[in-house]
Design a protein around this ligand. Structure first.
Ligand SMILES: Cc1cc2nc3c(=O)[nH]c(=O)nc-3n(C[C@H](O)[C@H](O)[C@H](O)COP(=O)(O)O)c2cc1C
Length: 300
């Protein structure tokens, strides 16, 4: 059986875990390729895959995320296990730590067989901010080779009879839901601009609109990202801003005003677009960093 062990690692700690897993699976008689996720290539020539990601601010490294998203169709057709690394203390050895919300969604989307969190590693001389500041307080190697090998033994026992899992469809991820939120935000902003100028004058209305538009989209983003399975913050911010711009172009400029003059106004049009984009993106990033209800329960 051919098994791919792959990982997204910024500072080598997760890579070390991947390599221990690879060697252990090889010792159990499997044909193993161990490689970083950005060099692993297409997984469809393997019978099973193990993907690991380093956790940064409760999110998997982008390389691991991208690997799973890019190859989701192939990964759904084979048994896949995921692992995360990890806490810079002994918490991973004291009990099982649930996957971060984003990793949980990835696991469900491909029907992963299971997920485990291993302790992590941060060198005392780690470079870059905020890692260097963090290393002053919490450096150390909390990876536990014994536990990693024990998990490899569990996989080795399960692999010969393992079947692809049952992927879950996340309604929160749907395109209609994504666009409905953008359209709702656009309609609220539009309603404001349809009424406010008559009440406070155009100049004041533009100021209120430039302040209110990002607030409206922040509120919508909190609701949107709270649902498990929502799309990633950056593509969501792009999709919402593009939807708002398209609706402005077709409905306001095209049908109502029959002129593109509104696109000449920086404070009236381009500033709100930029603020809507930033508010959505930032809110999404913050929501992704927050622990899931399960993680909060575990910590309590
Ligand atoms: C800035 C920063 C943020 C981190 N955030 C988390 C986190 O949210 N959860 C966690 O378990 N570990 C966290 N860690 C610890 C790393 O996940 C750990 O050092 C990991 O082993 C790094 O893997 P790598 O060496 O493969 O990049 C963080 C480390 C740094 C430097």
């Amino acid at each position: 059986m051919r098994v791919l062990v792959t990982w997204g690692s910024k500072r080598g700690g997760t890579e070390g875990i991947g390599r221990i897993l690879g060697e252990a699976l090889e010792a159990h008689g499997f044909e193993v390729v161990a490689a970083p996720a950005d060099r692993a290539g297409n997984p469809d020539r393997f019978d099973a895959v193990v993907v690991g990601g380093a956790l940064y601010a409760n999110r998997w490294s982008a390389v691991a995320r991208r690997f799973v998203s890019l190859h989701a169709d192939q990964l759904r057709r084979m048994p896949v296990w995921l692992f995360s690394s990890g806490p810079l203390d002994d918490s991973a050895d004291r009990g099982s730590i649930p996957a971060a919300p984003q990793v949980e969604v990835l696991a469900e989307r491909i029907g992963a067989q299971g997920h485990v969190t291993f302790g992590g590693r941060l060198a005392p001389d780690a470079k870059g901010f905020p890692a260097s500041a963090m290393a002053k307080k919490t450096s150390g190697d909390w990876r536990n080779p014994e536990r990693i090998r024990a998990w490899a033994a569990e996989l080795a026992a399960a692999l010969p009879s393992a079947k692809p899992g049952q992927p879950a469809r996340h309604p929160a991820r749907s395109v209609p839901r994504l666009l409905a939120y953008a359209a709702m935000g656009w309609a609220l902003c539009g309603a404001m601009m349809a009424t406010l100028p008559h009440v406070v004058g155009l100049a004041a209305a533009l100021v209120v609109h430039a302040i209110a538009a990002p607030l409206i989209f922040t509120a919508l983003a909190i609701r949107y990202f709270r649902a498990l399975g929502a799309r990633d913050p950056l593509p969501t911010a792009v999709a919402w801003t593009a939807t708002v711009a398209s609706l402005d172009l077709v409905v306001i400029a095209g049908a109502a005003q029959r002129s593109l003059d509104m696109f000449r106004s920086v404070p009236g049009t381009w500033l709100p677009f930029a603020l809507i984009f930033l508010a959505t993106w930032a809110t999404g990033e913050i929501m992704w960093m927050l622990p899931s209800p399960e993680q909060r329960r575990n910590k309590a």
